[in-house]
Design a protein around this ligand. Sequence first.
Ligand code: CA
Ligand code: CA
Length: 517
Amino acid sequence: MMQKSGALLRSFAFDETIGTVLLLRWWNFAVFCGIEIFNPDTFNFILMKIFKLLIIIVFCQVFISKLFAQNKPRVIVLTDIENEPDDAMSTVRFLTYANQFDIEGLIATTSVHQKNKVASWRLREIIEAYGKVQPNLSLHEEGYPKAEKLLSLTKDGRADYGMHAVGKGMDSEGSELIIHSVDRADSRPVWVLVWGGPNCLAQALWKVKNTRNANELEKFVSKLRVYTISDQDDSGPWLRKTFPRLFYIASPGVHELGGYHHATWSGISGDKFHGRFAGGNFKIVDNPWLDTHIRSKGPLGQQYPFAKFLMEGDTPSFLYLINNGLGSSENPNWGSWGGRYEFYQPRTEKWFSEPETRPLWTDAEDEVMGADSTWHTGNKPTIWRWREAFQNDFVARMDWSIKSYKDANHPPVVKLSGEKYIKAKVGDTIHLSAAGSTDPDGNTLSYQWFYYPEVGTFTVSTARTGNPLTIENVNQEKAWFTVPKSSRLGTMHIILAVTDNGNPTLTRYERVIVAVE
Ligand SMILES: [Ca+2]
Ligand SMILES: [Ca+2]
C-alpha cells in the first residue's frame, strides 16, 4: 500500500512539474509572439490560467488523498479511559499506528468500571504528546495525521451508565459523530472499537432506528463493524438482540460474573491476572520490560502509564486491523494479531448477563506451541501466539517517535512469488516461494511457513501432534508440501512469516489458501 501510494505521489509530483513547465512555455511563447502581456486583458487571461491550474492541483491532491484513504480501515474508538491505566496505554500504542487507520473519532465513554464520568481530557493529553513526535514518526512511514486533526475528532459520550443513557434526549457529541461518520458518502465500513461500554454506539443506533425507515436502518447497520472487549455495560447484549445483523466481534460476558477470565482478549497479557494461563512469554508484557522498551522513549513514552492489573486489555481490538499481511478484517475466523473468532450463537454461559439471541463472531480455539515447549489449546493462544511480533512492532514504532530512519528498524516487505489462491488435489505437491521479499533497511530475512489447521475447511487429524502437515524446507525462502489424504476436503491456510534481523526483529506475513477438491 505504501509503495503504491509512493508511486502515486511521484506521479502527482510529475503532474505538478508538467503544469509548471507548460505555464513557463506558454509565457515564453507569449513573449516570443510579442504579445503585450501587461495589457489588462492578457494579464487577466494569465491569472485565470494560473487560477485554473491551482484548482486542478488542489483537485488532484484531494483525489489522491482519497485514493490513499480507501485502503485504510475507518476507525472510531470508544474508551472508558481513566477507569484504570490500561486505556491510556492502549491509546499510546494506537497513536503509533495512526497512519494505518483513517481515524474518524476518539470518544471518551463510561463503563461498568467508571459509571458517571468520561475523560476526554486524558485523550487530549496523550494526543498533545503525539503531536510532539508526529513529525518524527512521519520520517519512517507516511500518513501520520496531525495532532490538531485528532483533537478535533476527540469527543465525549454521556457521563452516564449503560442503557440509562440510551433513548430520547440522550444524544451526545459522541453518538452524533458516529451517525455522521456512518452517513458519510464512503463505501468503506466504519469500525467501532469498544474499550469500555458501547452505550454511545447504542444511542446512535437507537436514534437511527427511531428516525429512519427500515431500509435506511438496514443500510446504516450494514456499514458498521464492531469489536468490543467483553460486555462492559448492559448495552452490548441490547445491541446484539436489537440489531440482529450488526457485525459484532466479542467474548460475551460481564466482569461481575467472571466474564473476563474466559475472554479471548485476555490473551494479550492476562497470563497472571484475568486470563491465568501458561504458554505465553509473560516477560515482554510486564512492567520492567515496558519500562525499558516503551516508557523510556520520548514524549509519547512518558504518557504510557504503569500497568495496574494487566497491559492493554483493549488493544486486541485494533491489533485486529493492522495491515501486516496476516489478518483479513471481514474474516475474523482467519486469525490475526487481534485473535481469532468464529461465527456462531454461543450457548448461555454463567458469566453472560443474558442469553445470546443470535450468532456473532466469538471465541474460537487454536492449538499453539508455547514458550514452555508445550502445546496449548484455547481461545487466548489465538492472541498470545503473535506476542513477540506485536510487541517488537510496538517497540520499533516507539523508536520511530524519537529516532532517525537509519537508527530505527522497519518491517520487511513480503512478496509471494506464486499465487495466493491455489486449486489442488490430494497428492499434489504445492510449491511455495517468498522470493522477491525485501527489507527497507537491507536486513537479512528469515522465513517460516506454517499450516494454520484451525482455519479453512480441510481437516486432518491432530490426534498426535498440533502440527499435522509436513512442510519441506519449512524455514527457507522456497518450501513445498504434499496435500495429505483427508476425509474432509476443503481449504487449507498456509501462513508465511518473514522476519528481519534488525533491532528489534520485525515480522510481516502473507497467506496462501489452497483449495483441495
Ligand atoms: Ca477500557
Ligand atoms: Ca528491517
